[in-house]
Write a protein that binds this ligand. Structure first.
Ligand code: VGL
Ligand code: ZN
Length: 201
């Protein structure tokens, strides 16, 4: 078995003081760095949006952040502007160990958001990560990072659906928790056979 650590969106905008700050988001950095040596591959995702991305509330008249609107591909939460391509907020946390093999950027197409590392939010446009992992013979994945209830959960659910052996280490994740989203996400992950380690952060 070949195993990879997938580090989701440990970026400044998701840390305290950032544009879409996740409570205690920066506290995932130390545990994630400590885990890296135990894996055959370390992959990182980077949320990477153009300044006029359609997931930004600023792009929609009469909407405010955290509203949910209907997009051609389904419901979409509107977010504060965050992780804009090339901005300081899009950078990885400066203490994150960057020894990773691959950095996968997502959400760079204006018309569609991408929470998952595997598919955009239409749940059918692939990012190419599945092909990369298959070619490297990686079949066991541990996911960590930000945020538990959005990008980590969507990635874990897609990975389970694709047939990977999936673990989410909750001690190295933190959540946004919007209207019960954390509870829903953990229930969905459990139902999909994702192994949840540690306690909810
Ligand atoms: C995320 C909301 C918007 C995440 C990214 O990384 O969980 N959440 N963009
Ligand atoms: Zn985003």
């Amino acid at each position: 078995m070949t195993k990879a650590l997938i580090v989701i969106d440990v970026q400044m905008d998701f840390c305290p003081g950032g544009a879409l700050a996740v409570p205690e988001g920066d506290q995932v950095v130390a545990p994630i760095n400590a885990m890296m040596a135990q894996y055959d591959a370390v992959l990182m995702t980077q949320d990477w949006h153009p300044g006029d991305h359609s997931s930004f509330a600023s792009q929609h008249r009469d909407s405010t952040a955290y509203d949910v609107i209907e997009m051609p591909y389904g419901p979409q939460v509107l977010w504060p502007d965050h992780c804009v391509i090339g901005s300081a907020g899009a950078q990885f946390h400066p203490k994150l160990d960057l020894r990773g093999d691959l950095i996968l950027r997502k959400g760079y197409r204006r018309e569609i958001d991408s929470y998952s590392a595997f598919f955009e939010n239409d749940q059918s446009t692939p990012t190419g990560l599945h092909g990369y992992l298959q070619e490297r013979g990686i079949n066991r994945l541990t996911l960590v990072g930000l945020a538990t209830d959005f990008c980590v959960a969507f990635s874990a659910l897609d990975a389970a659906r694709l047939g990977y052996d999936v673990t989410v280490d909750l001690a190295a994740c933190r959540a946004i928790d919007l209207d019960g989203s954390l509870k829903r996400a953990t229930a969905n992950m459990e139902a999909a056979g994702v192994c949840l380690l540690g306690t909810l952060g």
